[in-house]
Ligand binder design. Structure first.
Ligand code: NAP
Length: 250
């Protein structure tokens, strides 16, 4: 299926804006969500220059009722063929803190897990009703690791991975494809906040090109850069106690 109407959350910058540019062409309508209106408009202008029609909606996706209302209204107006839930909040615990600040933990959980899960559930239902569609959830390779420097972030991404797999099984008979994207390090505002070394760092445009090629092929799981799939396969062979010990020293 060639997607004509595409929703992308977190499209005001980073990977979301790159995914929007990578999909932009004549005949495609992009619904771009984010918070920063100026950067959303900038992303939309770049996509229009590539031939796409765009609408932008600047709001906080922690407003879950707002997410439900907007998805329902947009889809009723023009059925969404491809819904990419990409918006995310990084969650590195600040230096010297004993634990995560409760409000930061809540925001991370709402942006990274509650909002995409609710949005994807709604889209799965309407897509199933009309006999097909494609949902993409952007997680993280962090889904596989109990990161002590970002416990809520790692947990939200692990939860999202489980959700994507379960939803994919459930939706198979309705011709609704579900894809989980698990990035390693992509050069964006989020990764620039990570002080540690960032092996195999990739530009957002390079990652987006790989992701949209694999989405078009209907991949269920995408790891970018691919080297992180190898790292995960190897680390899965290690005893969990050893993984915990390594992460505890990091
Ligand atoms: N960069 C990496 O190395 C990396 C690695 C693994 C996974 N990921 C995942 O990739 C996805 C994209 O991240 P990125 O690297 O492109 O980060 P980014 O440059 O920081 O972009 C994050 C996007 O999410 C939006 N967003 C955040 N909170 C929001 C909220 N409450 N309401 C609405 N929109 C909100 C931001 O909008 P505003 O800026 O307008 O607020 C922005 O468009 C995330 O799910 C992230 O977890 C990234």
């Amino acid at each position: 299926m060639s997607a004509k109407t595409i929703l992308i959350t977190g499209a005001s910058g980073g990977l979301g804006a790159a995914l929007a540019r990578a999909h932009a062409r004549a005949g495609v309508t992009l619904l771009l969500w984010g918070r920063d209106e100026a950067r959303l408009n900038q992303a939309a202008a770049e996509c229009r220059a590539l031939g796409a029609a765009c609408t932008v909606d600047a709001f906080d996706i922690r407003d879950i009722d707002g997410v439900i209302a907007r998805l329902s209204a947009s889809d009723a107006c023009a059925p969404i063929d491809l819904a990419i839930f990409n918006a995310g909040l990084g969650g590195i615990v600040r230096d010297g803190a004993r634990a995560e600040a409760p409000q930061a933990s809540r925001a991370t959980a709402e942006v990274n897990f509650v909002s995409p899960v609710v949005g994807a559930s709604l889209m799965a239902d309407v897509m199933a009703q009309r006999g097909g569609g494609h949902i993409v959830l952007v997680g993280s390779i962090a889904e596989s690791y109990p990161l002590p420097m970002a416990p809520t972030y790692a947990a939200t991404k692990a939860g999202l991975a489980m959700f994507a797999e379960a939803l994919g099984i459930r939706m198979a008979k309705h011709n609704v494809r579900v894809t989980l994207v698990s990035p390693g390090f992509i050069d964006t505002a989020m990764s620039r906040q990570v002080p540690q070394a960032k092996p195999f760092l990739m530009t957002a445009d390079a990652a987006a090109a790989i992701i949209i090629r694999k989405i078009a092929k209907g991949a269920r799981r995408i790891v970018v850069p691919w080297q992180f799939a190898v790292i995960r396969a190897v680390s899965n062979l290690l005893p969990r106690a050893l993984v915990r010990a390594i992460l505890g020293r990091a």
